[in-house]
Design a binder for this molecule. Sequence first.
Ligand SMILES: Nc1nc2c(ncn2[C@@H]2O[C@H](COP(=O)(O)OP(=O)(O)O)[C@@H](O)[C@H]2O)c(=O)[nH]1
Ligand SMILES: [Mg+2]
Length: 286
Amino acid sequence: MFRFLGRKIRDLFQGKVSEESIDRLQELFYQADLGVETAQKLTEKVRLLYRKKSSLTSDEILAEIKKELLEELKKSPLPPFSGKPQVILIVGVNGNGKTTTVAKLAHYYQQQKKKVLIVAADTFRAAAVEQLSKWAESTKSDFVKGKQGSDPAAVAFDGTQAGVSRECDLVLIDTAGRLHTKSDLMKELEKIHRAIGKALPGAPHEIWLILDGTVGQNGVEQATRFQQSIPLSGLILTKMEGTAKGGGAFAIQKILNLPLQFIGVGEKMTDLEPFDPQKFVDSLFD
Ligand SMILES: Nc1nc2c(ncn2[C@@H]2O[C@H](COP(=O)(O)OP(=O)(O)O)[C@@H](O)[C@H]2O)c(=O)[nH]1
Ligand SMILES: [Mg+2]
């Protein structure tokens, strides 16, 4: 588990640093779900350092690893609002935390004095719309929903138009969870995407994929499949309060070249943090 990586590395190099212990370092990186490429690169960096300086300490090794990981993480500031309204489409697999994240984002941007409209384009389950309508109330957001079973693309269209006519700053569109392996559902997502663009040319301005931070490398496959259907622009990892397999974040950013925008750290609407690479790397080695 990633959380223990710092301790495991200290244990590994407690005796003396050697070529053999550095070999074992690579194994620890694999276990932390860092991905083959990053694991090998980090190991080679440490090896080079050791060959230059045989009296290397575990603290120096940890510092080097943190430095390298920071360089791997895309440092991209939160995208500025480029539309009025700015439309953000939220997508992802069932249970990953989309609806909760929409509520958290609504709260986050309300705090910054933005006028927010939440669109419930998850029309599969009445409970989902109900859940979101409560969140809209508690975050004091405008709310647009469709009838249960209605076409989610039509709801996304209406919601985007409402965002324009009500002069909102931000429209957050929640969608139904879909298995990235079901192609009809992915087609439906493409239709939602087109409908938003018809309601407001240039929208959606952002498409954020919500990933359960505990799935590790599995997230790469999910993200790749979504990326084939619609142009993802960012990533939010949820359930990160344990950072069990946060290493997957590195692999995903590297493979998909997608910036991590926020981290979900709990079930309350205040449990959302803008992604901070330095803080993230530090927390992994606590
Ligand atoms: N611990 C924790 N739970 C979360 C987080 N985000 C969402 N959840 C929980 O995950 C479950 C599924 O969330 P939901 O938003 O309904 O997922 P959706 O199906 O993608 O819309 C709910 O029980 C949420 O409370 C998080 O950051 N941390
Ligand atoms: Mg949902």
